[in-house]
Design a protein around this ligand. Structure first.
Ligand code: SF4
Length: 436
């Protein structure tokens, strides 16, 4: 963290957990379901900069932004604005800070009152904060509409009479009305066409230069983040996994999650050479996040156990098989054919399991092959639970056992991945004795 005097916003150890216990039955059975949407996040936002927060949907970006502004109550942690911890303030004291900390929503229509004219939408915060009333308010509203590229006469229209891009301009005008220091832009262009996206991004950039604004910019699209952000934080399942200056985060070395997100961009950057890293599946539930590194259930670079001589790619396949066996009680659902294994010839079943999980006919390590063959034979007998137990005891990655610390690679560039631990050996792709 930098010097707090340079920060307009500083977040420390922020957590946002909430209970999603599903009513009477869950309570009766004592089943508690805590969603750990944000799980200990730190960041600072410096004056005049844009901090991009990027990750897939469901990784906690919006909950982080809303809890940082106390639009929802954080469970733990602190948020400092002008040296004051917002989490410790009462509602009236928080109001002054709210004026400086504005929010632009992803869907402008749902965040704008459809019964208010554009003039009222933009004028409302002026009145709430006692900044202007009557004719002075109306003139200020018309100026703001012009500032965001709308017409003065648009003040009399209703939100549904605007296009998507215009509504987003209206949302920005409303945020600007109170002369804020910080605007949190929550996926502000993701619902817009590419050409309109560019217009809104340019508008935000012009307003930043003109008014000295600082932005927290949330997006799932890395191209947008690369375009707008000075610094980037990559978020996965409630945690930051990589952060740093934008040009650093978009150049190797990457966190495997960042690398996979970059490889999913449809138009490749000609400067960047793809090597086929693929991100399968979706973000797991934050109710019971995976142990160790939360990304281990999908990571294409998962670290093999040092006891075996296996590549990361093969380890990925074995781990996927283990995860599948753990989550089912039906051996037939382990393979794509869904055929009953007990009625399938052994060789056919063995082949389809290996094909499904991208595993070779024989693993290059004899001990690993023995353990895998025994597990597949157990599955073939229809004993899924026993097969899962065998796989669990034979194949557990250090990534599943250890939660990675954030390793600082360069000034301000941190990556939370065991591959950056001093004990990691690039050649054998193994981690000697667990993280230092
Ligand atoms: S710690 Fe392991 S699972 Fe996590 S990102 Fe690094 S290599 Fe992948």
């Amino acid at each position: 963290m930098g010097d707090s005097t340079e920060s307009v916003l500083r977040v420390e150890g922020l957590k946002a957990h909430y209970d999603s216990t599903d009513g009477f039955l869950d309570r009766l059975l004592g089943r508690s379901r805590t969603v750990r949407a944000v799980d200990g996040v730190d960041f600072e936002l410096r004056e005049g900069e844009t901090l991009g927060i990027v990750g897939e949907s469901g990784c906690g970006k919006t909950t982080l932004a809303r809890s940082a502004l106390r639009l929802i109550e954080p469970t733990a942690g602190s948020v400092y604005h002008r040296g004051e911890d917002l989490t410790a303030l009462s509602s009236p004291d928080l109001r002054d800070h709210r004026r400086d900390l504005q929010y632009v929503f992803q869907d402008p229509l749902s965040s704008l009152n459809p019964r208010l004219t554009a003039g009222d939408v933009v004028g409302e915060p002026l009145e709430v904060h006692g900044l202007a009333t009557g004719a002075e308010r109306d003139e200020r509203v018309r100026e703001l509409l012009e500032t965001v590229g709308l017409k003065r006469s648009h003040a009399n229209r209703y939100p549904h009479e605007f296009s998507g891009g215009q509504r987003q301009r209206l949302g920005i005008a409303r945020a600007l009305a109170v002369d804020p220091e910080v605007i949190v832009c929550d996926e502000p262009v993701s619902a817009l066409d590419a050409s309109v996206q560019a217009q809104i991004l340019n508008l935000l950039s012009e307003l930043q230069a003109e008014f000295g604004l600082s932005y927290v910019f949330i997006a799932h699209d890395l191209r947008v983040i690369e375009h707008v952000a000075d610094r980037v934080a990559v978020m996965y399942l409630g945690e930051f996994v990589e952060r740093g200056p934008t040009e650093t985060v978009f150049e190797p070395p990457y966190h495997p999650y960042t690398e996979a997100l970059l490889s999913a961009i449809p138009e490749p950057d000609p400067q960047w050479e793809r090597d086929g890293v693929r991100l399968d599946g979706t973000v797991p539930s934050p109710i019971d996040p995976p142990s160790g590194c939360r990304f281990h259930t999908r990571c294409p670079r998962i670290v093999p156990d040092a006891d075996y001589d296996l590549s990361s790619e093969v380890w990925r396949g074995v781990t996927d098989l283990t995860l599948r066996a753990r989550e089912t009680d039906d051996a037939a659902s382990v393979t794509a054919t869904r055929a009953d294994p007990t009625e399938t010839p052994w060789e056919t079943f063995d082949g389809s399991v290996r094909e499904e999980f991208g595993l070779p006919g024989t693993l290059p390590d004899a001990d690993a092959e023995g353990a895998l063959a025994e597990a597949i034979a157990t599955l073939h007998d229809g004993r899924v639970e026993a097969a899962a137990a065998l796989l669990d005891s034979a194949f557990t990655s250090p990534c599943e056992r250890h939660h990675p610390a954030e390793y600082e690679l360069d000034t301000g560039h941190g990556i939370a991945c065991l591959r950056y631990d001093d004990g990691f050996d690039e050649e054998s792709e193994t981690l000697a004795d667990g993280p230092e």
